[in-house]
Design a protein around this ligand. Structure first.
Ligand code: RIB
Length: 309
C-alpha cells in the first residue's frame, strides 16, 4: 500500500452546539456538547487511514490527560505514531468549537504542544518520510516546520500538498509554489490574496493571482458549492457538490484533504480524487463531530455508489 505522511497538528475538540453565541457578560445555555480528537493534521490523517491508506503522523502532544488518548486514537486507525512525541510541561492542543443551528462552525485553537513541532522532528523521522508517496501539511504548526517539510519533500522527490489552514497572511507564497497541490478554502484564499471570493468568478480571479505567482495546482474547496481546480496551464474543473442535509460542518475541509490524498496516492488522478473527496466531505457534514463524522470505507463505498453519476 502506498503511504502518506501527515506532518502537522492534533487537538482535542471541545464542541458546543449552540442556539446562538452569548453576548459579552452573558451566560447562555447550549443544548449539547461533544469532545473528540481533532486538529487539522490529525483529522486528515484519520480520514486517509479510514479509507485504507498507510499513514505516518509526525506531531506533538502535551504531557496532560489528553496526550495518551490522542496517541491511542491514532493507533486505533492503524496510524504509525512513532513520531508523535510528548512535550513535557506543556498542554496538548485544544480547540473549543461552536456549531450554530445552521450547522456552521466557529473554531478557536490553542496550539499548546503543536508549537513545538520543529524541523528537527522532520530530521528524526527522515528515513520513514523518504519512503512515503505524499506529504500533507497544514498551518497549525510553526511555519518554519512547514517550510522545512516542503524543502524535504522537494529534495527527496516526494509529492507535497499544503492546506493553508488556518490562513496565515504571512505565509511565504514562494514555498506554496514548491508544492504539488495547494488546497485552501475560499476564506483562506481571500485572506491570502486580499480579494473578494463571493462568486465563482471572483474565486477564479483570486486563485489566478496565486497561479500567476507560480503555483502549479490550486484546488479551492467551496463547501456547499463544490470545489474548483485550476492549473498553471490554464485548465479548470468545477466539481459539483453532493447535496446533503448538513448538521455539523466541523472537520469537513479536513475530510476532503484526507480523502483526496488517499485517492490521489492510489490513482494519480486529480479529478477522480476530487470527486471522491467531495463525497467523503459531504458525508462528514451529516454527522456531528470532526473525526467522529468520517465514514468507514464500507459506509463510504455504499454512499459513493448511490451518488455515482
Ligand atoms: O478543521 C477542523 C479542525 O480545526 C478541528 O478539529 C479543530 O481541532 C481545528 O484544528
Amino acid at each position: 500500500m502506498k503511504s502518506i505522511a501527515v506532518i502537522g497538528s492534533n487537538m482535542v475538540d471541545l464542541i458546543s452546539y449552540t442556539h446562538r453565541m452569548p453576548k459579552e457578560g452573558e451566560t447562555l445555555e447550549a443544548p449539547s456538547f461533544r469532545m473528540g480528537c481533532g486538529g487539522k493534521g490529525a483529522n486528515q490523517a484519520v480520514a486517509a487511514a479510514k479509507l485504507g491508506s498507510s499513514v505516518v503522523m509526525v506531531s506533538k502532544v502535551g504531557d496532560d490527560m489528553f496526550a495518551d488518548n490522542t496517541i491511542r486514537n491514532f493507533q486505533s486507525y492503524g496510524i504509525d505514531t512513532k513520531y508523535v512525541q510528548k512535550v513535557l510541561h506543556t498542554s496538548s492542543g485544544v480547540a473549543p468549537i461552536f456549531v450554530n443551528p445552521s450547522s456552521q462552525n466557529s473554531i478557536l485553537i490553542i496550539k499548546g504542544a503543536n508549537e513545538f513541532l520543529k524541523p528537527a522532528d522532520i530530521d528524526k523521522a527522515a528515513e520513514t518520510l523518504k519512503k512515503v508517496e505524499l506529504i500533507v501539511l497544514q498551518l497549525e504548526v510553526p511555519l518554519e516546520t512547514v517550510y522545512y517539510a516542503i524543502e524535504f519533500a522537494n529534495k527527496h522527490n516526494i509529492k507535497v500538498l499544503l492546506n493553508p489552514a488556518p490562513a496565515v497572511p504571512e505565509l511565504d507564497i514562494e514555498y506554496a509554489c514548491r508544492c504539488d497541490f495547494f488546497i485552501p478554502n475560499e476564506t483562506e484564499l481571500e485572506i491570502l490574496v486580499g480579494k473578494p471570493v463571493d462568486t465563482i468568478e471572483e474565486i477564479r480571479d483570486a486563485a489566478k493571482v496565486l497561479l500567476d505567482r507560480g503555483l502549479s495546482n490550486i484546488i479551492v474547496t467551496l463547501g456547499a458549492r463544490g470545489s474548483l481546480w485550476l492549473t498553471k496551464d490554464g485548465s479548470e474543473l468545477l466539481v459539483d457538490p453532493i447535496k446533503v442535509d448538513a448538521i455539523d460542518t466541523s472537520g469537513a475541509g479536513d475530510a476532503f484533504i484526507g480523502c483526496f490524498s488517499h485517492y490521489f496516492v492510489q490513482s494519480g488522478d486529480v479529478e477522480f480524487s476530487m470527486k471522491k473527496a467531495s463525497m467523503f466531505a459531504a458525508m462528514s457534514v451529516t454527522e456531528k463531530g470532526t473525526q467522529f463524522s468520517y465514514p468507514s470505507i464500507e459506509q463510504f463505498n455504499e454512499f459513493a455508489e448511490k451518488h455515482a453519476n
